[in-house]
Design a protein around this ligand. Structure first.
Ligand SMILES: *Cc1c(COP(=O)(O)O)cnc(C)c1O
Length: 352
């Protein structure tokens, strides 16, 4: 008799897939669970996508996504051979794991939970290095033999940013393996490490248009680094899918990168909301980690994190709770509009 996994490969049996946050079918919920941006993309994105639709979708897209690469290169004053683009930064990261990261890979015990998933898929042994008791990365803990280092900066799910001077200290001590910084949240008030890619040929910076550019639904991510690293990613990509970024995503993504004003203004609004929401939660006796992202990690004191998550859901508010050591007492709350966050506080006051 066949069991569920009779036809599976040995590798598939070993996988431990990532579980994304809930994307509810109902649209009457206040959705603060997957770090989407409440403000929507630049209007120029819709124009660019409409133009592509008018031109027709009959033809394959540019396999290299050059228009998008050019917009990213211009944004960071780079050349296009320092840029790689993909179908969301998750796909870019997958190629990075397969093409550039070796054994033993080092990353913090608390960071983006997709990294150990990729390690299984690509069979890369890894070692987790604990954050200190203030949830901060201690760079000196990474001064050892390794086959690569990766973490999110600002880190997720903590929201805490590692200063550029510390990143540089890490790079100075680690010349022989690739260091990957996942800057998914960099635009919410932090300085990017992209400038350091000129000086350190082993630094790769990965970013996404999902968060600060409000394009989670379009699936666009990119990596920036020395042309030699980018060439490795191109080799993996062209052995996997020649057209990962479709016509609408190339045009829309490029338009989003060109509208610098929109990302700046909407990020400023989110930072302002983050500041008052953090204070309001502290007033309600939550412990709140110092976030430089579009979410807050907050620990309730009057009930468990799981209970708070469940009760908020009953009132139509989605937040995220990770049943993971060291953060299981926290909830992660995406910064919504001022109205959404005011409603969140009203409900918290009602149920606590
Ligand atoms: C959201 C997120 C991503 C994934 O972004 P996509 O481009 O939507 O795939 C990658 N890394 C971190 C740390 C994130 O928070």
């Amino acid at each position: 008799m066949s069991t569920a996994s009779t036809y599976w490969s040995p590798l598939v049996k070993l996988l431990d897939p990532y579980v994304p946050g809930e994307q509810p079918k109902a649209d009457n919920l206040v959705k603060l669970n997957t770090n989407e941006n409440p403000y929507g993309p630049s209007p120029a994105v819709y124009q660019a996508i409409q133009q592509q639709m008018d031109a027709g979708l009959r033809l394959y897209p540019d396999p290299n996504g050059d228009e998008l690469k050019e917009a990213i290169a211009e944004y960071y004053a780079l050349s296009t051979d320092q840029v790689f683009v993909g179908n969301g930064s998750d796909e870019v990261l997958a190629h990075v794991f397969q093409g550039l990261l070796k054994h033993p890979l080092l990353f913090p015990d608390l960071t983006y939970s997709f990294y150990p998933v990729y390690c299984r898929l690509f069979q890369i042994p890894y070692r987790c290095i604990p954050l200190d008791d203030r949830y901060t990365i201690q760079v000196d803990d990474y001064f050892c033999e390794n086959g690569g280092i990766i973490f999110a900066n600002p880190n997720a799910p903590t929201g805490i940013y590692l200063e550029l001077s510390e990143v540089e200290r890490l790079l100075q001590a680690n010349r022989d393996s690739v260091v990957v910084l996942d800057e998914a949240y960099i635009d919410f008030g932090c300085e990017s490490s992209v400038s350091l890619t000129r000086k350190y040929e082993n630094l790769l910076v990965v970013q996404t248009l999902s968060k600060s550019r409000s394009l989670a639904g379009l699936r666009v991510g990119f990596a920036v680094g020395n042309p030699n690293l980018i060439e490795a990613l191109n080799r993996v990509k062209n052995s996997f899918n020649s057209y990962p970024v479709d016509r609408l995503a190339i045009a829309g993504g490029a338009a989003a990168m060109r509208d610098k004003d929109h990302v700046k203004k909407t990020a400023e609004k989110i930072i302002a909301t983050r500041t008052w929401l953090a204070e309001a939660l502290v007033q309600r006796s939550f412990i709140v980690l110092p976030s430089m992202t579009n979410f807050l990690m907050a620990k309730p004191q009057t009930m468990s994190a799981a209970e708070l998550t469940a009760k908020l859901r009953e009132h139509g508010i989605l937040i995220r709770h990770f049943k993971q050591p060291r953060v299981e007492d926290f909830v992660r709350i995406t910064i919504g509009t001022d109205d959404e966050c005011t409603y969140l506080l009203e409900i918290i006051d009602k149920i606590t």
